[in-house]
Design a protein around this ligand. Structure first.
Ligand SMILES: [Zn+2]
Length: 243
């Protein structure tokens, strides 16, 4: 299916209530410290309003965004990015005991093997501890290996606990070239109206200062969140794909 047609079907997803989209409690898997804000800040804020703050799990340490910097070696950058996700969570009112960092190496999140299985167990433990019925994962066609790896984790979680619901949220996938072909059946899902949460969502995204070119000054080739992605992430609806 062409990306253009998939994006069109996303925009035709029914606008549904939070209860319909995610009954019960949810656990959000974020590949990097910022995807939770980009793809799900409106969902997080809405869940909190409903008295059911989600569990947010940041899978990788985000240390690969500025590999050319000498002043910000991986460890320093990882701790900065962790603090940024904490600030973003605070901006949305997420309780600090609902935010977890798994600390896997950025751009090397495994898709199989011992560490992969350990992480899947950890996710299942957290989901059980917080009585989560829904697991949110990135969309499988987000063009980044860590996003795909975390989607695969979601598939493994589902195989081990078929009663858990898996929902996918797109981030970078929304910026794929319209003519590109991806292997995906006609997607089904919902749109959540997050208009009322947009100011908080903007604050959450802005908390990721290192990703906005405001922290690391000695890596001209370092990552900067592009304006075209910000624009797509600050729309009045967030998209959740049935998986
Ligand atoms: Zn990411």
């Amino acid at each position: 299916m062409r990306v253009q047609e998939i994006l069109k079907s996303f925009s035709n997803f029914p606008v549904s209530s939070f209860e319909q989209i995610a009954p019960g409690s949810s656990l959000i898997l974020s590949p990097h410290p910022d995807d939770e804000s980009l793809g799900c800040a409106g969902f997080i804020a809405t869940a909190i309003k409903h008295g059911r703050p989600p569990v947010v799990v940041i899978v990788s340490d985000g240390s690969a965004s500025h590999t050319g910097s000498h002043l910000w070696p991986p460890e320093r950058l990882a701790s900065c990015r962790q603090e940024e996700s904490q600030n973003a969570a605070n901006a949305l009112g997420l309780p600090s005991d609902h935010l977890f960092f798994l600390g896997l190496q950025d751009s090397a999140v495994p898709t199989a093997g011992v560490v992969f299985e350990q992480i899947v167990r950890r996710i299942l433990d957290l989901a059980a501890r917080y009585y989560c019925q829904n697991i949110l994962v990135p969309w499988r066609h987000d063009p980044h290996c860590d996003h795909e790896a975390v989607w695969i984790m979601g598939q493994r979680v589902k195989a081990l606990r078929p009663n858990l619901r898996i929902l996918a949220y797109p981030v970078w996938g929304l910026t794929l070239p319209p003519e590109q072909e991806v292997e995906e059946p006609v997607p089904a899902g919902w749109r959540l109206n997050v208009e009322a949460c947009l100011p908080a969502k903007r604050r959450a995204i802005e908390a990721h200062r290192s990703q906005r070119g405001l922290v690391v000054k000695d890596d001209p080739d370092g990552f900067v969140l592009p304006e075209y992605l910000m624009e797509k992430m600050l729309q009045p609806y967030e998209i959740f794909i049935e998986s």
